[in-house]
Ligand binder design. Sequence first.
Ligand code: MF3
Ligand code: CO
Ligand code: CO
Length: 275
Amino acid sequence: MMDYMTMTADSPPTRSTAIKLYDESGFAGMRRAGRLAAEILDALVPHVVPGVTTGELDDVVRRMSIDGGGVPATMGYRGYQHSCCTSINNVICHGIPGDRKLLEGDIVNIDVTPLVDGWHGDSSRMYIAGEAPIKARRLVEVTYECLMLGIEQAKPGNHLGDIGHAIQKHAEKHRYGVVRDFCGHGLGRVFHDSPEVVHVGTPGSGPELKPGMFFTIEPMINIGKPGVRMMEDGWTAVTRDRTLSAQFEHSIGITETGCEIFTASPKGLHCPPYG
Ligand code: MF3
Ligand code: CO
Ligand code: CO
C-alpha cells in the first residue's frame, strides 16, 4: 500500500515515505528551478570541448546557478563539495569535478541541481568532447530515447512500473544494461524524496501516478552489463566491466492529462550533436 499526501504552499519541506501531491504553487516553484537547470545545461554546450577540465565546468555551473538566483543543491549535500557531477565514459554517475581534462571523443554527463526559492530543479545531459566513435554516439542517442520513452508513460492512471518497463525494453533491445543501483526520485522542496523511480519494471506494478506527483527519471545505461563498482572516494560509480555508460535526467510533474517537463531545454538542445 502506497499513500499520498496533499501539499500546499505552507506544507513543511520534510522527507516522507508518502508520495507528495503538489498544487499549482508547487508547479510554479518547480518551473523556475527546472528552467534554470535547463538554461545551465544549454549554456554549457560551448564549454564542453577537448582540453577543458571538469573543475572549470563546475565553476561555470556554480556561477550560472548563483547568477540565476539559485544555489547548487549538491554543495554541502552529504559532504559533497561541488556544484555538479561530471561523469566521463565508464563513470555511471556522481563523478567529482577536478583536474581531469576532457579528451577528444570523451562522452560526459553533467548533472546540475539548482535550488531556487526552496525548489529543486534536477537535470542532466550527455555531451561529447569533439568527435566520438559511432559506438559511443549510439549509446548516447539510445539513452536519450530511453528517457523520453519513460516520460511518455508518465501520466495519471499509469504506474511507476510502466516507466521502468518502457526504459528497460528499449535499452535491452539494443543489448545494453540498465543500472539498478541508482534510481530516479521524488523531488520538490526536498532533493531526494519518495518515490524511488526504478528504471526497469513490469507494466502495472508500483505506485499509481497521480496529478501533482513530482519526480525525476534518470536512466543510466551501460554498453555492457548493469553492474556497478564504487571508487574509493565514496562517490564515483563506474561500470564493473569498464564499458561506457550514459545518462539523461529530467524533472517532471504529473498533470491531469500527462506530464510537464520542468527541465526541458529552452534552446532545443536535447541530445548531441548540439549544433
Ligand atoms: N543530481 C543527482 C541526482 O540526479 C544527485 C547528485 S548528489 C551529489 O539525483 F551529491 F552527488 F551531487
Ligand atoms: Co536526480
Ligand atoms: Co541529477
